[in-house]
Design a protein around this ligand. Structure first.
Ligand code: HAM
Length: 427
């Protein structure tokens, strides 16, 4: 049998929910503009090595979740699981550092991770992903968090901002050692996953969702006690920046993120309204990553991504679906009226009216039904009699009120203009 269903974890976004997606995008684009960001669009397919090198070979994403395949040339390709690595690849490839001291880029689009689907977690999902490349100072970190906060606030979504610092290659090894020493003594109490993490990626034990593991790490050493002086100063200045903008936040020393490229500041926007999938957005600083992808030495970077499905779920909880409508349906009854309607509809579309008609020339009852389903604001009914008298019937679909509308002029554009003024007064 032919495949008639979307793949598991892949979702159609239907017309009755599209208004929420468009609102999310419109608000975000407006805020990105205010913060002087420019859009970049990058491919969904990249060489596998790009993600292995940037996200880290020992992460869940690279180990278990990537859609990776060999193409016809035998090259290993991967459907992008996130947007940061492709944007940084583009930054290096096109030498964007020559265009401005600091690149402020955003991209919106689908990402792919082979995760276990559940509410707010899909295999194809969408991110609005933001990167600032070339700025090392802590105020940029605070600025980005404020921007994420502003997007959510404008959408009426409340999410708490949690922040942490993961230190740098100078101070993290000492912390790693202290953490491993601590966890080794409790190895037997950890879940299977965490026992594996302990050997490969010990920081990840800190954000295991398993209750027993959570209890075990409660007393673990805090990374913030191990920060070197520059990292400690940076973290303090980030917090001061947030305070200066009155952006509320809380420190969460257990937040370590699932991608290996982070250094220093990390943050998440969390909500308790989405069950297990609490992060609506997340990000952090990744100084060192651009260099490791072939960019200039010591190029700093920081960014975050907002998960659009999660945002839309939060918005949808507060409002019902909405079938989008059109301005006008033209019901042309019979061949001559149908012809007239066909000319008129084209003239109306030319001046900005959204309209539809039954090109197959159905009966009145069927056409009125179609007008209802199309959620038309008005319907213009034209039959042979109306053509002869030069007066069609214009029906307001909400109130049911009907009034005559002139169709007697030879100039179809004049008719269209008058009709447009009737159905969109003041527009
Ligand atoms: P991430 O934490 O992996 O970070 O993802 C960011 C956001 O994408 C999450 O907070 C969540 O809202 C959404 N998300 C992730 N996976 C799924 C999924 N399977 N289904 C639905 N939504 C999902 C990154 O991807 C980094 N690239 C963010 C970043 C940009 N860091 C620096 N720059």
């Amino acid at each position: 049998m032919a495949q008639t269903k979307a793949l598991k974890g892949f979702k159609d976004i239907l017309p009755n929910e599209i208004h929420l997606w468009q609102r999310v995008e419109d608000v975000a684009r407006d805020i990105f503009r205010r913060f002087a960001f420019f859009e970049i669009r990058v491919p969904v397919l990249e060489p596998t090595a790009l993600f292995v090198r940037s996200i880290g070979a020992d992460t869940d994403i690279v180990e278990k979740e990537m859609y990776t395949f060999n193409d016809k040339n035998g090259d290993s390709l991967t459907m992008r699981p996130e947007g940061t690595a492709p944007v940084l690849r583009a930054y290096v490839e096109h030498a964007l550092h020559l265009k401005s001291k600091v690149a402020r880029l955003y991209t919106i689009g689908p990402m792919f991770r082979h995760e276990r689907p559940q509410k707010g977690r899909l295999r194809q999902f969408h991110q609005m992903s933001v990167e600032v490349i070339g700025a090392a100072g802590p105020l940029v970190d605070a600025e980005l968090m404020a921007m994420a906060h502003m997007i959510l606030a404008r959408l009426g979504v409340s999410a708490a901002l949690e922040i942490n610092s993961l230190g740098c290659p100078d101070c993290r090894p000492a912390y790693n050692k202290a953490l491993v020493d601590f966890l080794e003594s409790r190895r037997d109490n950890l879940c299977d996953d965490c026992r594996r993490r302990l050997d490969k990626n010990p920081l990840r034990v800190l954000d295991c969702k398993n209750k027993k593991c959570r209890a075990e790490v409660e007393e673990s050493p805090a990374i913030t006690d191990f920060l070197c002086l520059p990292c400690g100063d940076h973290f303090a200045a980030v917090r001061a920046g947030l305070d200066a903008m009155a952006v509320p936040y809380r420190k969460n020393r257990f937040m370590v993120r699932g991608l290996d490229y982070y250094r220093r500041t990390t943050f998440e926007l969390v909500t308790d309204q989405l069950g297990a999938q609490s992060a609506v957005g997340a990000g952090g600083r990744y100084d060192g990553l651009i260099e490791s992808l072939g960019g200039a030495k010591n190029t700093p970077g920081i960014g975050f991504a907002i998960g659009m499905e999660r945002l839309v779920l939060l918005l949808a909880a507060n409002e019902p679906g909405q079938t989008p409508g059109i301005d006008l349906f033209i019901a042309g009854l019979g061949a001559a009226a149908g012809n007239y309607a066909f000319r008129l509809i084209h003239a109306l579309r030319g001046i900005g009216i959204s309209c539809a008609m039954d090109m197959d020339n159905g009966g009145l009852k069927s056409q009125m039904k179609q007008a209802g389903k199309a959620k038309a604001g008005h319907t213009l009914i034209i039959g042979d009699d109306e053509l002869a008298t030069g007066q069609a019937v214009l029906r307001n679909m909400a109130s049911g009120e009907q009034r005559p509308a002139a169709i007697d002029d030879n100039d179809i554009n004049t008719i269209a203009t008058a009709l447009a003024a009737e159905i969109q007064p003041g527009a």
